[in-house]
Design a protein around this ligand. Structure first.
Ligand SMILES: [Zn+2]
Length: 93
């Protein structure tokens, strides 16, 4: 099997252990502590794992205690587009 992607640039791979498919989605949620804002990354996944991992990440997040002023928005799947900044990522409808 050839791996043409190796000859180009880094292609993210699914975060599920043992899965080596290319990641196409990022699980992320907007996060803020009142002063800073970012899109918090909860992992990148291939088309087979992204939906299930989104559910797991939501479950995990629901049990996390947030600090004073901390807020986490809706966790969603974002299309992973190479070279695109987090702030430019588009949630998958
Ligand atoms: Zn996968």
């Amino acid at each position: 099997m050839s791996h043409p992607s190796l000859f180009y640039h880094y292609t993210p791979v699914c975060d599920v252990e043992g899965c080596d498919r290319p990641a196409i989605h990022k699980v992320a949620a907007p996060w803020t502590d009142g002063t800073q804002k970012e899109l918090r990354n909860y992992g990148v996944y291939c088309c087979f794992h992204s939906e299930g991992q989104l559910e797991r990440a939501r479950d995990r997040q629901a049990r996390v205690k947030l600090g004073a002023g901390e807020k986490v928005g809706t966790m969603q799947l974002y299309e992973l587009i190479e070279g695109r900044l987090d702030t430019e990522l588009i949630p998958v409808a």
